[in-house]
Design a protein around this ligand. Structure first.
Ligand SMILES: [Fe+2]
Ligand SMILES: [Fe+2]
Length: 361
């Protein structure tokens, strides 16, 4: 009596053999091979189905999902290797074990079989005991693999749910902090809206991933959230800040980062608040980062924010004309701003003007 592959599927024991209820597909144009494999497996309860060519085999594998496939290497119009490869490249089928069978199982052929994802290559005449041992081992490995994939799927779901929670929290924060900002900052709600629209445009032009682009657009509005910690004497000062006041002003970056970190906001929101005053040549603050060491989201928002500051009136300065602002930004390419982002700004000039016109203070 042979041992059973316990716990894989509902099984029962007959008086003589351990009985399986697995379905095995045997794909071969050689009826003798199909009969041979059937004679070794059917007495043990395996349901064996035979197919004579690779195309029918693939079609039935997709339709019937057998538990295991035994395929002849010589399997027109494809080879058994190609059939195996098709199964292993299809995410919905790849857990199905494939055993290849050939007249002469050389080492080279076995290596090729393993390379295309086969569980083994068996030589003919097929040895019944070896075949059944291989079938059982492969089905057991398949069960483990299915469990691992299931666990991974569950984990991915959990991560997605957690990401949604973070997004919800951050969006709530965006709304609440934007309101607070309006009370405390000389900047207007329109500034926030324009910076968000400019940032989205730049991120799109840079061909960033869509999810990255929408997060940049959403969280750019929080870039100056740390200003809630600054006194009105600095925030609403008419005229230039003294060096001491400017030093105090710089703290809004670290403060904004801390507020958002404490609130469990999306790390991208924190990064925008923390790094939007860094400059491409390393002369910015708070860290003095340069080039690509500055997170892309902060490089994008830095340009959007300055472009808006230049083109709109503030309590301490008047606005300059948009064409003048484009010139200033281009002069600062590679110094204050990432040259790649300045290039995108130049390509989007018309859209920038439209956003400015449609969202005036
Ligand atoms: Fe700022
Ligand atoms: Fe700003």
């Amino acid at each position: 009596m042979e041992p059973v592959s316990g716990g894989l599927k509902s099984q029962r024991r007959s008086g003589v053999h351990a009985v399986s209820t697995f379905t095995v597909m045997v794909a071969s144009p050689d009826g003798a091979l199909v009969a041979e494999v059937t004679s070794f497996l059917a007495p043990f309860g395996y349901r064996v189905i035979g197919v004579g060519d690779s195309m029918t085999g693939l079609e039935r594998i997709r339709g019937e999902r057998p538990d295991l496939v035994v395929a002849d290497v010589d399997l027109p119009p494809l080879t058994g290797f190609e059939l195996c490869q098709s199964v292993k490249q299809d995410p919905s089928l790849l857990v199905i074990p494939v055993l290849l069978v050939t007249d002469t199982a050389t080492d080279d052929l076995r290596v090729r079989a393993l390379a295309v994802g086969a569980d083994d290559l068996l030589g003919r005449p097929v040895h019944g005991l070896i075949l059944r041992a291989r079938v059982r081992a492969s089905l057991k490995a398949k069960a483990y693999l299915q469990q691992v994939l299931k666990d991974r799927g569950r984990l991915e779901e959990l991560v997605k749910e957690r990401m949604k929670d973070i997004e919800r929290v951050t969006l709530g924060l965006v709304a609440a902090l934007e309101r607070t900002n309006r009370f405390n900052d000389a900047d207007t709600g329109m500034h926030i809206r324009r910076v968000s629209a400019y940032s989205e445009l730049l991120a799109r032009g840079l061909e960033l991933e869509p999810s990255l682009t929408s997060r940049i657009a959403r969280y750019s509005s929080l870039h100056d959230v740390g200003k809630v910690g600054l006194p009105d004497s600095i925030l609403k000062k008419q005229g230039k800040l003294t060096p001491e006041e400017f030093e105090a002003m710089k703290v809004h970056t670290t403060f904004g980062n801390e507020i958002l970190l404490d609130a469990g906001a999306d790390p991208m929101a924190c990064s925008i608040a923390f790094s939007h005053h860094e400059r491409f040549n390393g002369s910015g603050y708070p860290m003095g980062l340069s080039g690509n060491a500055i997170p892309i989201e902060a490089r994008v928002v830095a340009l959007a924010d300055v472009f808006d500051a230049l083109t709109t009136r503030r309590c301490y300065k008047s606005a300059i004309r948009p064409e003048e602002a484009f010139r200033v930004v281009n002069e600062e390419s590679g110094k204050h701003f990432d040259p790649g982002i300045v290039r995108v700004l130049n390509l989007c000039e018309q859209q920038f003007l439209q956003i400015l016109a449609a969202n005036s203070d």
